[in-house]
Design a protein around this ligand. Structure first.
Ligand code: ZN
Length: 245
């Protein structure tokens, strides 16, 4: 495939990821962004412009090619576009691990609320959402500073708190989710949000948050990426009202 054609496909995917995250309520308004590493020196990132109408309405043209210095990755890429203030979230998360090709930085209210309520993400359910409960079993770390992560020192601090986990909760702020693909990075965010919502519901019903029985884990298999990612992503795209290709 021609290089430009591949880039266009990747722009489409990152834009779609932004719209899916917004449709799931993981971002509101104009805050939050996704990125995708394309090679050692370049990444695509959701940028801002004077015609930007918010994350839910992200267009493929909002996804720009930049370098790891935050400069235009090719002629004209940043003409009329600005990188997000929190670009270091993406750069430092990618620098920390070559497996972090896609990064989603989102502001999901339920996750923020659950953390502020003192709730730790734990595997409180099983087959309800196996990828989500596995995420919780391995622990979801928290970056305790509620700052805007606008420089590399803060980005590195967040990554240190992440400690090799795929998702970190940024207290009073949002989450950063990293994965090999855009789909997985966003789906991890959706799973974490579901878990936070359920935790809040259990607490609201005055229930206690209890981890599932140890014996359940043997029968909570990894159903594979064809189901957990491909099928799940088809659904996310289908439920978008604009149903983009
Ligand atoms: Zn943020």
């Amino acid at each position: 495939m021609h290089m430009a054609e591949m880039l266009d496909q990747q722009r489409n995917l990152v834009a779609q990821g932004c719209r899916v995250a917004a449709a799931r309520g993981l971002v509101d308004g104009i805050l939050g962004h996704l990125s995708l590493r394309v090679d050692d020196d370049h990444l695509l990132v959701r940028c801002r412009s004077d015609t930007d109408t918010g994350v839910a309405f992200t267009r493929p043209s909002d996804i720009r090619l930049i370098t790891f210095d935050g400069t235009a990755g090719a002629d004209g890429e940043l003409d009329g576009y600005r990188v997000p203030n929190e670009l270091p979230v993406h750069l430092e998360t990618m620098r920390a691990d070559a497996g972090h090709r896609a990064v989603a930085h989102l502001h999901p209210p339920s996750v923020v609320a659950a953390d502020l309520a003192g709730i730790t993400m734990r595997p409180i359910y099983g087959a309800y959402d196996i990828p989500g409960t596995r995420l919780a079993r391995d622990g979801v770390p928290v970056y305790e500073r509620a700052v805007l992560i606008r420089n590399s020192a803060l980005g590195r601090e967040m990554v240190a708190a992440m400690g090799g986990a795929p998702v970190v909760i940024c207290r009073g702020h949002g989450i950063t989710s990293a994965a090999a693909t855009v789909q997985q990075a966003v789906l991890q965010g959706i799973s974490l949000d579901k878990l936070a919502q359920m935790s809040l519901r259990v607490c609201a019903a005055r229930g206690a948050l209890r981890e599932i029985d140890d014996s359940s884990w043997d029968d909570l298999p990894d159903l594979g990426s064809g189901f957990n990612i491909d099928a799940a992503w088809r659904h996310e795209v289908a439920r978008l009202s604009d149903h983009p290709s």
